[in-house]
Design a binder for this molecule. Sequence first.
Ligand code: GLN
Length: 501
Amino acid sequence: MSIDLSKLSVRTIRDGLASKTWSAREITQASLDRIAATDESLHAFNQVTPELALAAADAVDARVAEIEAAGGDLAAELPPLAGVPTAFKDNMNLRGTRTTCSSKILSNYESVYDCTAVRRMLDAGAVPLGKCNMDEFAFGSSTENSATGPSHNPWDLDRVPGGSSGGSAVAVSSAQAVLSLGSDTGGSIRQPGALTGTVALKPTYGRVSRYGCVAFGSSLDQIGPFARNVEDAAHALKAMSGQDPMDATSMSNPVPDYAAAVRAAKVDGMKGLRVGIVRDMLDMDGLDGRIKRRTEEVVGIFAMLGAEVGEVDLPTSQHALSAYYIIGPAEASSNLARFDGVRYGVRATEAEDVMDLYLRSRAEGFGPESIRRIMLGTYALSAGYYDAYYGQAQRARTLIIREFAEAFENYDILVTPTSPEPAFKIGEKSADPLTMYLNDIFTIPVNLAGNCAMNVPMGMVKGLPVGVQLIANHFSEETLLGAAAILETEIGFDTTPPRAQ
Ligand code: GLN
C-alpha cells in the first residue's frame, strides 16, 4: 500500500489502525522510506533509528492484536499517539541513540537515560524515527551552526529552515515525520515553525519537564511540538506535559485534554475572546512590510470572527534582546562547563596535564558560536561586571514579566509576527551574528516572561511560508490552541510543501 504521509494526522493514523486500514509497521516503513529518499537533500536528521522505530511500531501492532483478542474497542483503547512517526531534536536523550547536540564535543555520546518528554511521547505510542539536526547546543536561528552541516528548507533548498530546532521543523514540514519535538530558549521552536510553515508551540515554562534535554538556558528552555495542524500539536502537548519528579521546575497544574479544547473551540468560536495586536512590535525596524500587512490581516480575521480586538504596546520588550543575550549566555556558560573532555564526549588525544586536557578538548570540541556564548556569559558573570550586566538584565526581565502580566489583564491572546522575515539564504547571515540574533526579536520576550506562545502559518510571501505568533498567559495553552485552531481553519494554509507532494 502506498501511504501519503503528508495527508496523515495523529487522528487519522489512529483511526486507520482501529479500522485495520494499515498497521503501525506500514506507516513507520513509509516514514523511513521517505527519509531515505529525501534526507540527502534536506539533512533533517543527524541519526535515523530504524530498529527503534520498527520495534516501537511492532509493539503498537501487538497491542492492536491484544485488544482485538480480548474483544476490546480499538478506537477507545489504543494509546493516543499510537503509531505516529515522531522525530526528536538531538539535544534530547533517548537510550539507543547518540545525543550530540550537533556538536563535535558530543559526537560519540550515547544516551544512558531517557528525556522525560521523549519517554512520555513513546509511552503514548509514538514511533521514534531518530534525532534531528540543530544549531550546536541550540545556539542559532538557522541550523548553520551545526557541526554536521545545515538543514535545508523544503520550500527552497537553498534557504535555511530557521533554528535552532531546524531539523525537527524540516522533518515535519517535509512529511518525513508527523510530529517532532524541539526546544525553545529564545524562539527555537516558533521561528523555524514560521520559516517552514509548520505549527510550532512553546509551552509555558514549567508545563513540560526539561529532564534529559541538554540545558542551554535553564530558566528559559522549554520543550514543545512541531506539527502540520493545531490538533496534532495539542495531542503531542498533552502526552508530554505534567509534573516530573526529575525536574523541580515542572509544575503540578493539571494537564487538560488539549485536543478536546481545540475541537470545542472550533464549535464555540471566538466570541468574547480578547485579542491584542502588539502595535510597537509591528512598527519595529527590520520587519518585512509584507509580513506586517499579513499580520494586520490576521487580526482582521480575528475581528471578523467575533473577537474583541484592541492594540497594546510592550515598550520594555525592546530591551528583551539585550537582556536575553546576557542571561542566555550566562546560563549557557555555566551549563556547558560540564563538557570538559573527561566526563562527556570527545577528549583531546594529547595533553600535558589535566588543565591542558580540558582546554584542548574544549577548543577542539566546541564550534565558534558556542565559544562566543561561553565567553560572553563568563564575562557577564565575572565579579567586576556582574551587577552592570547580569543584574541589569535581570531587572529588565522583571519589567518585561510585569508588562506581559498587565497586558494579560486586558487580553487573552497577543498577536505579533513570529519572525521579521521569511527564510533567508544559507550563508546570508552567518558572517554577522548580530543580524542573526535579530531573527528572534518577537519570540525572545516570551521566553523571558515564561508565557506560552505558538507559530501558526499565515500564508506565503514570494513562495515562502510566513507565520503569526499567538501568545497567551501562563498555563493558558487551551485558549492558545483554541484560537490557533479557529485561525487555522479560516486561513486554510496548505502545509504540504511542494517537494513533499
Ligand atoms: N536564536 C536564539 C539563540 O541563538 C534562540 C535559540 C533557542 O531558542 N535555542 O540563542
